[in-house]
Design a binder for this molecule. Structure first.
Ligand SMILES: Cc1cc2nc3c(=O)[nH]c(=O)nc-3n(C[C@H](O)[C@H](O)[C@H](O)COP(=O)(O)OP(=O)(O)OC[C@H]3O[C@@H](n4cnc5c(N)ncnc54)[C@H](O)[C@@H]3O)c2cc1C
Length: 520
């Protein structure tokens, strides 16, 4: 008899989602986690005494209502908050900021009054266009996916086929310029969509293929496009999963790093920990990215060469910076941005002047340079949920794309300070009290997330959101059914279909495949 029915490697939210499904089905499940906490890159932790930060992920933009119900997240303590606005995007002085109100009526009013009838029409048409891709996501979400070719071939008419082809292979700007044709107008609106499109890619907004990330980000959640927050921090998603997992008999062992898969007669039979201890199980589900799973934990010599080659080809280059601050007072915006001092707006202020601006940042990043005028997302969740900070104080997190990904360690450390200074400066220029309001700061990059959570290149997607790496090609072509070329081994992390972000779906789907193979 094996020690466990199933071992799960990694207690990120996907590993835990898989664990919940298997434990509920009556399996004896052990989850092994190398750090001292659950949630992986979507954890909420105390970086500074008395304050909490969402260390990696912070917005619930791709969590689908159906998976929340299937995993009973609310029953196990998850509480969602939908702020009045999702975010405000600002740019050059004189360009009207784009405020995303979560009330549809207010949103339409803002577009009509502040941006004009063509912006309102363009936004509605863009959403209708992206929903064609949304239909595909809905049909493919909870199963091993079909190939992109099959999806396109089965489109009901030529127009749908054309839209899908553009979403799968075109650039974000191919899509956006259909609805916002004048590059000199609506720059904050198009900048905002373009920034969403390059998230999780190694692309600029004009790069062919970037439309896929645009479509993914606007359709993965299924029913809404609003930023949602989990009360108490994004780690509450994993806390809810953990409660359910443990209630159904699952066990988590922390500070338990898996060093390699145990193979017996060519089958996976358990794992060996860094300590040398071995644990046997019927199946192993691994929530790490494919490169780490197969090259480090399995070993190339145990894999078919074509599969090993495909794993080595996966693109993980994803350079970014995240800066966590504690604040003794809120930024006070001046001039054109004084309207943002309303708390419902200043909780998330994004500097994204235009797609062309973003494209210039991309060009600098490709040359391994720090963008001289980086885009910046400035997020103050304690304005919406006071549990993040002691009374009278706030926390703040900045995120910015395009921190150079290929630097020597010395250059990396020097340039991350330069980038942090420039990113913080985007708010300090518009809110003169901001620098003095900062008490503490921690500057993290892809390099931190890579070494802390064992992910290749610090790529939070576990394999970028590129057309060659989605649907039937995720994580590698032909292996999108959560299985591996070694019997008893499954993949269950963000590197699997349908893709990255806090979705719980790869973990949920992988566990369903295990149950199917085990005969229910
Ligand atoms: C800066 C940043 C911002 C982000 N923003 C958002 C956002 O706003 N919204 C959103 O939806 N997503 C966001 N993401 C992406 C999101 O966090 C990830 O896609 C998601 O958390 C992946 O979940 P996972 O469970 O698949 O993997 P992970 O979270 O990577 O979990 C894997 C787990 O495995 C553990 N592990 C690694 N190696 C071993 C080993 N050898 N043995 C045992 N355990 C091991 C790790 O410690 C980790 O806990 C962001 C990520 C980052 C880094």
């Amino acid at each position: 008899m094996t020690d466990y029915d199933a071992i799960i490697v990694g207690a990120g939210h996907n590993g835990l989602a898989a664990g919940v499904v298997l434990a509920k089905a009556g399996m004896r499940v052990l989850c092994l986690e190398r750090t001292g906490h659950a949630g992986g890159m979507a954890a909420t932790r105390e970086l500074f005494k008395g304050f909490k930060h969402n260390v990696g992920a912070w917005a619930l933009i791709v969590l689908h209502e159906d998976v929340r119900k299937l995993l009973e997240l609310e029953e196990y303590g998850l509480e969602l908050i939908t702020p009045q606005t999702s975010f405000c995007v600002f740019g050059a002085p004189g360009d009207p900021p784009f405020v995303v109100h979560n009330d549809l009526g207010r949103m339409m009013e803002h577009l009509m009054n502040d941006h004009g009838a063509d912006a309102l029409q363009g936004s509605m048409d863009l959403f209708a266009y992206l929903q064609v891709f949304g239909g595909v996501m809905n049909a493919q979400r909870f199963k091993p996916p079909d190939s992109m070719d099959a999806i396109i071939a089965e489109a009901p008419d030529a127009q749908t086929r054309e839209i899908l082809l553009t979403c799968l292979h075109g650039s974000a700007m191919d899509v956006l310029r259909k609805f916002f044709p004048d590059p000199n107008r609506h720059r904050c609106i198009t900048g905002s969509f373009a920034a969403g499109a390059i998230d999780g890619t190694h692309m600029g907004p004009y790069t062919p293929g970037s439309a896929l990330s645009l479509a993914y980000h606007h359709t993965a959640s299924g029913t809404h496009n609003a930023f949602q927050m989990a009360r108490g921090g994004i780690g509450s998603v994993s806390d809810a999963l953990l409660r359910s997992f443990e209630k159904h008999g699952g066990k988590v062992q922390y500070r338990a790093e898996v060093r390699r898969m145990l193979l017996r007669h060519g089958l996976v039979a358990g794992v060996e920990l860094r300590t040398g201890d071995t644990i046997s199980s019927q199946v192993v589900l691994c929530s790490l990215d494919a490169r780490t799973t197969f090259m480090d934990l399995v070993g190339e010599e145990h894999l078919p060469s074509a599969f090993a080659h495909a794993v080595k080809e996966i693109e993980y280059t994803n350079g970014y910076i995240q800066i966590h601050l504690t604040l003794k007072e809120l930024p006070e915006y001046t001039g054109d941005l004084a309207f943002a001092n309303e708390n419902n707006i200043r909780w998330l202020m994004n500097y994204i002047p235009s797609p062309e601006h973003l494209s210039r940042c991309w060009e600098q990043y490709r040359r391994n340079q720090v963008p001289d005028d980086p885009v910046a997302y400035c997020y103050i969740p304690s304005l919406v949920d006071p549990s993040y900070a002691p009374p009278g104080y706030h926390i703040c997190t900045f995120f910015s794309h395009y921190f150079p990904a290929e630097l020597s360690p010395a250059e990396h450390n020097q340039k991350k300070q330069v980038m942090a200074e420039r990113v913080i400066g985007q708010i300090a220029k518009r809110a003169p009290n901001f620098r003095d309001a900062i008490i503490d700061q921690a500057v993290l990059t892809h390099e931190y997330f890579g070494s802390k959570y064992g992910i290749t290149g610090g790529d939070f997607c576990h394999g970028l959101l590129h057309p060659g790496q989605m649907f039937q090609r995720r994580p590698v072509p032909g292996w999108s059914n959560y299985q591996a070329p070694l019997q008893n081994l499954y993949m269950c992390g963000a590197g699997c279909h349908p893709g990255p972000g806090v979705t719980c779906v790869p973990g949920y789907n992988a566990a369903q495949e295990v149950l199917k193979r085990a005969g229910g």
